[in-house]
Structures are given as structure tokens and as C-alpha cells.
Design a protein around this ligand. Structure first.
Ligand code: ATP
Ligand code: MG
Length: 383
């Protein structure tokens, strides 16, 4: 008998109930379908899992690679499908044990049923397979093992697998709506963008660039960073906004220019959030990392913003952020030379910005008008 190989995807966030859960699974299915569309496997939802049947054996590694970058998946495993009877489960398991005997030094066997009306119980399956393993001279140990054989029984079929790959977890991108991500050319904000997507946010990137023309920003490393991030979700919007107007007006403010720049960026983000119907703003700030990221200054810069400004890196050390950046793939691009607008060399910037002074400076330079005119000059890209 031929046994189908398929990939079984388990989702995370199992506490989700009712309407939320359905929405979650629908979005996850849509995202998986889209990411795998070029391989056109058969994808179906059954009970508490999604199963993917590849067109051909050689697609399996490619499918696994894609699945490892989709948020909302808790783990996945390559499984063999057989009839939901003890006899067929035993014979297929025995075959798999034989095939893999060289790699297995100690085996753990685990079974569970999502359909409870069968005549046999999970323990009966485990007992039968332990016997098979013993006959083959295999060591079994539920605590100290290097290979786990897991059997999962549904109404008509049983799925047997000998591996389980942990995935990214999080929420499927799209389940939390849109969020504006203030993206620089640095290490931190791409990591913040990744954490935004991890909680289900579709990113609307806003980058404030130092160039005379938007086309120069589009030819810079910023779109490359965005393209690495889009491996985790293909859809995004990106606004490239020139800093020129702001710089002309704010130059005279001397040591306050940097904090005004932050207020400018957050003001832009809030305005774009309105246009895009995004409900939150993300930045890559971490408390106290640099002089501008003190509690006083964070507050002064976001005083006029009426939606939440989320900072997923707020409690992380630089080394922790760097290790995530390396893992997700943005680090190499982030450390490349780039003349970011934040490299403004404000001498002696304030570390405890005063709120009244902030308000006065914003009026002095006409920040609201600068935001509107800069936005009018922005370039919008959509994928
Ligand atoms: P990063 O590594 O993300 O550049 P940083 O440690 O350099 O952060 P800052 O320069 O103070 O810190 O920037 C703080 C945050 O402001 C960034 O994480 C990003 O969210 C936003 N930001 C900075 N520069 C820009 C920019 N040119 N365009 C859009 N947002 C920016
Ligand atoms: Mg920076």
C-alpha cells in the first residue's frame, strides 16, 4: 500500500476561541496558500490542523522553508497518512522504525486522538507500537529520547511522523490590521517591524530620507531591507518621505533639532495612519539606548499623537536586538553604510525635554505644515 506523505501544520495561540479563532485560521490558510502558490500543493484544513500535500516529493524542502517564515504556525511535521485502525497504524509505524533505525538511539512514542469515537484509545496505540519497537530491539524511553514518533488519529485517518519542526508562532499577518512602522536604515527598526508582523500587523513603512529626490531613496538599501522583511509576509505599503523641508525649517533650533525630528516622524506616522486606517505606530526605540530615548524625550516627541506608539524593543539590550536581527536576516543590510537623517549631529541634545518648550518649538517651525507639505512630496510604494 502506498502511503501519502504530507506536511501537517499546527497552529499556535490555542487559547483563541470562537469567532477569533476562525478568523485566525482563515487568515493563516490564506497566507499559507499565497506563499506556496508557485508549488500549488493541495492545502486543506481538518479539525485542528492544516495539511499540505505536495505535488511531488522534491517540493517538501521548499515547502518547509516557506513554512518556517509564516507567522501563526506553532510547528509542522512531515507525516505519513494511513487508515485510522490499529493494524494499519502498526504496520506503517513498523516500516518507519525500520527505515530510520540507524538514526534512532532512543525512541519516545506519543499518540493522541482528536476524534474520540474509535474503539481503541491513544494508550492502546502506544502499547502496540512499543511492542513493535521492542521486537526490533529498539530502546524506548518517554523522558530520555532523541526521536519522537507521534501518531495523531482523526476520524478517518491517522498521521504518523518522526520529526517536528518548531516554527515562528505569533499571529497570522493580517489578523491585527495595519500598523505604521517608522523604518530607518539602522539595526533596530527592522527588528521592530518583524515583531509587529509577528503579532499580526500588516506593515505600512514610513522612511524619512535625506535625498533630494525620492528615486534616490528607492535605489538605496531601504527597499532591500523591506524586501528581506517581506519574506515574512509579501504585502506592505511604504512611504518614502524627503526630510528636506523639515531640515530647512528646523536647522535654526540647534540642540533641539533631533527631538523635533522625532516629533516630525511621529507626526508623519500619525497622519499616514489616518490615511491608511492603521491603528498603531511602531518604532525601534529601546529605553535609554541613546540620549534621545529617555522617558522625557519619548514623551515629548509623541505628545500630539493620539494612537498607541508601540516599541517592541523597549526592554531589550543592543546585543539581544542584534541577535534577532541576525536570525531574521536584516542585520547584514542594516550595518551597511547609509546616511540616515538621524545622524544629525545635534550638539548637547537635551535628555529631559520640557513639554512646554516642545510645544513652542513645534509652533515656531510650523511642524504641522511641514508634515503636510512633506507628505505631499512623498512616494508611495505598494506590494
Ligand atoms: P534604528 O537602529 O532603528 O535606526 P536607533 O537606535 O538608531 O534606531 P534612533 O536613531 O533614535 O535610534 O531612531 C529611533 C527610531 O526612530 C527608529 O527605531 C525608527 O523607528 C525611527 N527612525 C529613525 N530614523 C528614521 C528614519 N530616517 N525614517 C523613519 N523612521 C526613523
Ligand atoms: Mg538609527
Amino acid at each position: 500500500m502506498k502511503h501519502d506523505r504530507l506536511i501537517v501544520v499546527h497552529f499556535g495561540e490555542l487559547w483563541l476561541r470562537g469567532k477569533n479563532r476562525n478568523e485566525y485560521v482563515k487568515t493563516l490558510l490564506r497566507n499559507i496558500r499565497e506563499e506556496l502558490s508557485s508549488l500549488s500543493p493541495m492545502i486543506e484544513r481538518n479539525y485542528d490542523r492544516i495539511s499540505i500535500t505536495p505535488r511531488k516529493e522534491s517540493d517538501i524542502p521548499k515547502i518547509k522553508q516557506q513554512l518556517s517564515k509564516i507567522f501563526g504556525i506553532s510547528n509542522y511535521k512531515v507525516s505519513y497518512k494511513t487508515k485510522a485502525t490499529i493494524a494499519s497504524i502498526s504496520s506503517l509505524s513498523e516500516k518507519l522504525m525500520k527505515e530510520n533505525s540507524k538514526e534512532i538511539s532512543s525512541l519516545r512514542i506519543e499518540a493522541h486522538r482528536s476524534y474520540k469515537e474509535h474503539k481503541f484509545k491513544s494508550v492502546d496505540v502506544v502499547k502496540a507500537l512499543l511492542k513493535k519497537a521492542e521486537k526490533l530491539g529498539m530502546k524506548t524511553n518517554p523522558r530520555d529520547y532523541d526521536t519522537e514518533m507521534s501518531i495523531s488519529v482523526t476520524k478517518d485517518y491517522a498521521f504518523i511522523s518522526m520529526e517536528r519542526t518548531k516554527a515562528l508562532k505569533g499571529l497570522p499577518v493580517g489578523t491585527s490590521g495595519k500598523g505604521v512602522v517608522l523604518l530607518s536604515g539602522g539595526i533596530d527598526s527592522p527588528v521592530a517591524a518583524w515583531y509587529a508582523m509577528k503579532r499580526g500587523i500588516v506593515p505600512v513603512y514610513v522612511h524619512v530620507h535625506p535625498f533630494a529626490k525620492n528615486s534616490e531613496a528607492l535605489a538605496s538599501k531601504i527597499p532591500r531591507i523591506i524586501s528581506i522583511l517581506s519574506e515574512y509576509h509579501p504585502h506592505y505599503k511604504a512611504y518614502f518621505v524627503p526630510a528636506g523641508l523639515f531640515q530647512i525649517k528646523a536647522a535654526k533650533t540647534g540642540r533641539y533639532e533631533l527631538i523635533l525630528l522625532k516629533a516630525f516622524m511621529l507626526g508623519l506616522a500619525a497622519r499616514i495612519a489616518e490615511l491608511e486606517d492603521a491603528k498603531v505606530i511602531y518604532t525601534g526605540e529601546s529605553l535609554g539606548q541613546v540620549a534621545s530615548q529617555t522617558p522625557h524625550n519619548l514623551l515629548a516627541a509623541e505628545m500630539d499623537v493620539r494612537i498607541p506608539v508601540l516599541r517592541p524593543l523597549i526592554g531589550m539590550d543592543k546585543e539581544e536586538i542584534i541577535s534577532v536581527a541576525k536570525r531574521i536576516g536584516t542585520y547584514e543590510e542594516s550595518i551597511k553604510e547609509y546616511s540616515d537623517v538621524c545622524s544629525i549631529n545635534a550638539r548637547n541634545p537635551p535628555t529631559r525635554m520640557n513639554a512646554q518648550l516642545m510645544d513652542r518649538l513645534k509652533l515656531d517651525i510650523g511642524l504641522d505644515r511641514i508634515i503636510e507639505s512633506s507628505l505631499a512630496k512623498a512616494r508611495k510604494v505598494e506590494e
